[in-house]
Ligand binder design. Structure first.
Ligand code: HEM
Length: 421
């Protein structure tokens, strides 16, 4: 483990700094980390037209899977102004970030999204976009519905970048990566709330000293996620094209669902064996045939569910269904219809997940979540609504929010019609 002279593991320190936030966390981070972060560009036309175009600029693992940025911050904002008067300020704030940091995992990737509540306040829903208000997606959950006006998602491999960019957008510093910051989002919006997280090898293991994780420190040192398996296989993700809105004024944008989920890793690690965990996460056949080594690196770029039996079959015969096995039924052209960009979190001192997913229509997320709920299967077989039903037993949804991520040219305070009117 990489410790400095103060004895605090480096990854743990960086994650804790992001979770704590503020100027003092940032300066501790800058003092300790001498990272040279690549600067961005003055030329917006050199950047992708889609805010969610991250994959071509992200790192990849040896199997070719996209590696998500390791550190994440979500900032919620309210809005109560005149979009016409504030639009140039918001654009200037976002351009400051693009000038300061390269558009990459090594620099900063970010999106600004808007809720149905934002559009309602301006007169109606966004034209041509399926963006309902958030709601509970099962009668087993009672989530807080997140309805700020806007959400900024900041993502980088460097903790100091998400910290510094967040401070800049909250108007708390006037430089970022030594470049001047011309405007803050808080010049137009009011800041509401900050959420944080991490994903990637070692970070969950370094951060298992929180509620929801047994004291035995069970999280594998190699795992990118608390539950011990990798999840971002290329073959189990939608493409960015599949999740992009195709027509209407917001063509080139996408919708984003963000839930927060509490994890019960006590049951997952203490009551279940490795074999049960493989069966519940992937498929009972993966467990029977011992197909998964470690976190699943050996599976390459695909979870290899193609020859898994239908979920109904193992539900009847074995009384168990896997998470991936259930979700395979809603694939289109062999690929899922949502693009998962979720990350783990210790917000509130608990092990959790900010489950962030992109899809063309929010209904694509609801369809996927319905398949995960598998109510039909649990009503007809020994599989419970929660027990032996994939990983449902270990997840409790606490929050849900829906957002539109407009294309880059409409990202600053769009009107429902999608113009600058
Ligand atoms: C919050 C805890 C979650 C964890 C730790 C998790 C973990 C995983 C893992 C390890 C995989 C890849 C292996 C496999 O396919 O079985 C996977 C796939 C997937 N997950 Fe999750 N998941 C979580 C929640 C969700 C939620 C809330 C949804 C959306 C409703 C979801 C949707 C999917 C989809 C669509 C796939 C791809 C399945 C396919 O390949 O067709 N997951 N997840």
């Amino acid at each position: 483990m990489d410790r400095d002279q103060r004895g605090v593991p480096r990854r743990e320190f960086l994650k804790a700094a992001v979770a704590i936030g503020g100027a003092s966390a940032l300066s501790a981070c800058l003092d300790r980390e001498e990272v040279s972060v690549p600067t961005g560009t003055d030329d917006p036309s050199s950047l992708p037209a889609r805010q969610h175009a991250w994959n071509a600029h992200a790192a990849r693992d040896d199997a070719g899977n996209v590696l998500p940025p390791r550190h994440h911050v979500l900032l919620h904002f309210d809005y109560d102004g005149d979009p016409e008067a504030d639009r140039a300020t918001v654009e200037s704030a976002l351009r400051s970030l693009e000038r300061a940091y390269e558009w990459s995992n090594d620099g900063l990737l970010f999106t600004l999204g808007y809720t149905p509540a934002y559009f309602d306040a301006l007169g109606g829903p966004p034209a041509g976009v399926d963006l309902p208000r958030p709601e509970a997606l099962s009668d087993l959950e009672d989530p807080t519905l997140d309805e700020p006006a806007a959400i900024l998602h900041l993502a980088s491999d460097h903790a100091q970048v998400v910290l510094e960019a967040g401070e800049a957008m909250k108007g708390e510093r006037d430089t970022a990566n030594d470049e001047s910051v011309d405007a803050a989002l808080t010049d137009a919006f009011s800041f509401v709330e900050r959420r944080t997280g991490f994903v990637g090898t070692g970070l969950p293991a370094d951060n298992q000293d929180v509620d929801g994780v047994p004291d035995s420190e069970p999280v594998d040192e190699d795992s990118p996620l608390y539950m011990g398996f990798k999840s971002d296989f290329e073959g189990s993700q939608a493409t960015e094209d599949r999740v992009t809105i195709q027509s209407g004024p917001f063509a080139g944008g996408t919708t984003q669902h963000v839930s927060h989920i509490d994890l019960d890793l006590r049951q997952w690690y203490e009551q279940d064996s490795r074999e049960q965990r493989e069966a519940k996460m992937f498929c009972p056949v993966h467990a029977d045939e011992d197909r998964i080594e470690g976190t699943g690196e050996n599976l390459g770029d695909d979870p290899q569910l193609d020859d898994s039996p239908p979920a109904e079959q193992t539900a009847r015969e074995d009384g168990i269904v896997g998470h991936g096995q259930k979700l395979k039924s809603v694939r289109e052209d062999g690929r899922p219809i949502i693009l998962r960009r979720d990350f783990d979190s210790t917000d509130g001192g608990r092990a959790g997940v900010h489950f962030l997913a992109l899809q063309r229509d929010i209904s694509d997320f609801v369809t996927t979540r319905d398949a995960m709920n598998a109510e039909d299967i649990s009503s007809e077989t020994a599989v419970g609504r929660r027990t032996n039903n994939g990983i449902r037993q270990y997840l409790s949804v606490t929050n849900r929010g829906n957002y539109l991520l407009p294309p880059r040219d409409l990202r600053a305070l769009p009107t429902p019609e999608g113009g600058d009117a």
